[in-house]
Design a protein around this ligand. Sequence first.
Ligand SMILES: [Zn+2]
Length: 319
Amino acid sequence: MIFVFTVDTEWDRKPDKNRNVTVRNLAMLPRLHEICVDAGVRPTYMCAYEVIADKEFCKFGKAVIKKNEGEIGTHLHPWTNPPFFLDLGERLSRTPFPHEYRLDEFEEKLFYLKRELEKRFERQRSYHAGRFGFIPEHVSVLSRAGFVVDSSVTPHVSWKNVSGLKKNSGPDFSDLSAMPFIWKTRNDSRLDILEVPVSILIAYPFLYKIVRQFMGKNIARCFGMHPLWLRPLPQTINYLEKIASLGTKQRYPVLCMMMHSNELAPGCNPYFNTQDKVELLLKRLKTFFIFLQKGGVEFLTLTEFAEKYKPDIHKRIAQ
Ligand SMILES: [Zn+2]
């Protein structure tokens, strides 16, 4: 089993009252990173445009690469990422999904971010869409930009009732599983992109499918059948361990856990709103990483996993 840990490295979740985008949560990243390094975990920091302006973060990111302790990837927040096609108030209040932009606008934003990240860090190979706003039409754009792996899919989860620029405009991944797969490009298989979905698992997949199909998602939920996210939320102490064990039992080749950097700062996320809760989160992550380490799990960054899982991607990375 391979374990990939992605951290959406981004703003403090909301603009301040003067509509400034702040990133004070980033000051906590070195503590998270230390826990990762101690256990051998190789985090992939998926960076949104707004973090580039933070000098301390840039130093941190450069050191991570220099010491070969992780990866810097791309995380597109269209509402903070130039070029802008909407006015400030509209984009900060509605936080549009990337797929709500025209494809040429999406492309301009993506290339802008990639260029800025590459100037400061390293070649960009891995991508994660802001608010999971990913559609298959993005694959060829990502591929042209040199990306080889995406991790925007949230299996068994629909964001259809979530609003961005328009009402109820989120993507729907409810029919996909957590198994990695290839997004095909129309003309050239060498440009395909590997999808490594966030590990969202179902305890009894066959039963879940039947109940969901005939009785609906809400009834399935009533029977305790619901998607289990491999995400450090304030759950019982062994929640993460249970999902990891389920992943092993169901023979997934990789566990892909995600979190947001702002979950490390009270006041910047809905789950960990006091310093004590953040300390508990860090303690649980440490316990979980040691559990994985003792279980003989291999730790890779997102691009390292893509290289290993799909060797022809390796050839493109080497170019
Ligand atoms: Zn984000």
